[in-house]
Design a protein around this ligand. Structure first.
Ligand code: PLP
Length: 375
């Protein structure tokens, strides 16, 4: 039987139109008309004017930090329960990550712990952290009104990591458009792909121009190459952007299908004792359900890793939840403010196959194997 993957690339069928156009018009290079069109399609979908297409989500987070003037010696607060790409760019800037635990409703940054961290960092270092990176993990929005209220109280800008949350909404606002900056990813396993790419959502036209400047080697406007600051090669290629344009035509369908898959899991597994299917905590949250995730009660007699191996024997891919950053050897020296929520999620949770190309029959096969294992 065909292997069921966690989240495989799901092409829409029209991607080649833009790629063929690029070849026909000799635009096989970084930047070009597909990049402009991809940015305008993203802008339209998100309802905000200033979106810059970049080579990866990691590059988007990095340039967000550059724009927020993060420098060596600064501290940046990041959600601990995430993928390392959320916080690695803090270190690229020579700054220090400070990790904050999750709350148990959204599984994302706990606003109360965020405030404790801000106050304590000020006490320890004499300065406030310079930015806050909440993450909309697995597509689930963070408690952005709680986080923004505290960020505003201390005058600290928010950079949303919306890499997994394109199409998710919080209080009717698209994730990525709620903080000062927002980062998106179009890697191969995300809700849409450019084969590899990202975007930075910017607060105004001036900052978008500045982001493009940094992303193209920070070349000043002179007839010769002249540099006053350090630059990067972070723009998206015209070919990749062509894939993105094709994918944008099916994005609403992809979000709809991920939500249907979540509904199916919820209906079938939500009634199994010992299993909790993660769900929107209230009507303010509208996840794209990039991945459907479950928690397994230790009393069920099965651990997430046992279930993962059991599914793997049936040729089904699943994945343990992200191991929190405060438990990663590379960040052992980083300050951490937590109460054990993300540690406990990591010990109990599993991501289920959620790709939009999966059929109901395939999802039902996954469900029946889980039901047989968790009794
Ligand atoms: C995928 C991802 C990123 C990084 O995006 P890339 O395009 O792979 O560089 C950042 N943060 C989170 C939470 C992600 O899932």
């Amino acid at each position: 039987m065909e292997r069921i993957l966690l989240s495989r690339v799901h092409l829409g069928g029209r991607e080649r139109e833009w790629i063929d156009k690029a070849f026909a018009e000799d635009w096989v290079l970084p930047l070009g008309p597909n990049v402009d069109e991809f940015e305008s399609m993203l802008s339209h979908y998100l309802g905000v004017p200033n979106v810059v297409a970049l080579s990866s989500g990691t590059a988007a987070i990095h340039l967000g930090l550059v724009m927020l003037d993060i420098n060596p010696g600064d501290e940046v607060i990041c959600q601990s329960f995430t993928f390392a790409a959320s916080c690695n760019p803090i270190c690229y800037q020579g700054a220090r990550p400070v990790f904050v635990d999750s709350e148990s409703h959204s599984w994302n940054m706990d606003p109360q712990l965020l405030e404790e961290a801000i106050i304590d960092r000020r006490k320890q270092t004499g300065r406030y952290p310079k930015a806050i990176i909440p993450v909309h993990l697995y597509g689930m929005p963070s408690d952005m009104s709680g986080i923004n209220a505290i960020a505003d109280r201390y005058g600290i800008p928010v950079l949303e990591d919306a890499a997994e949350a394109l199409g998710s909404e919080y209080q009717g606002h698209k994730c990525g458009t709620i903080g000062r900056y927002g980062a998106l990813s179009f890697n191969g396993n995300k809700i849409i792909t450019t084969s590899g790419g990202g975007a930075l959502i910017c607060p105004d036209a001036e900052s978008a121009v500045r982001v493009k400047f940094y992303a193209t080697q920070a070349r000043e406007n002179r007839p010769y190459y002249y540099h006053e600051t350090i630059g990067y090669n972070y723009r998206l290629s015209n070919i990749s952007a062509g894939i993105g344009c094709g994918q944008m035509t099916v994005l609403p369908d992809r979000v709809k299908r991920r939500r249907e898959i979540h509904d199916l899991y919820k209906r079938e597994l939500g009634i199994v004792p010992g299993i909790t299917v993660q769900d929107n905590p209230s009507s303010e949250y509208d996840s794209n359900f990039w991945l459907t995730t479950i928690l397994i009660d230790p009393a069920s007699g099965s651990t997430p890793d046992e279930l993962r191996m059991c599914l793997n024997r049936e040729n089904i891919e699943s994945r343990l939840l992200w191991r929190p950053m405060h438990l990663q050897p590379v960040f052992a020296d980083a300050p951490y403010y937590g109460t054990g929520v993300s540690d406990s999620l990591f010990e109990r949770g599993l991501c289920l196959p959620s790709g939009s190309s999966l059929t109901d029959e395939q999802i039902k096969r996954v469900i029946s194997i889980i039901k047989a294992q968790i009794k």
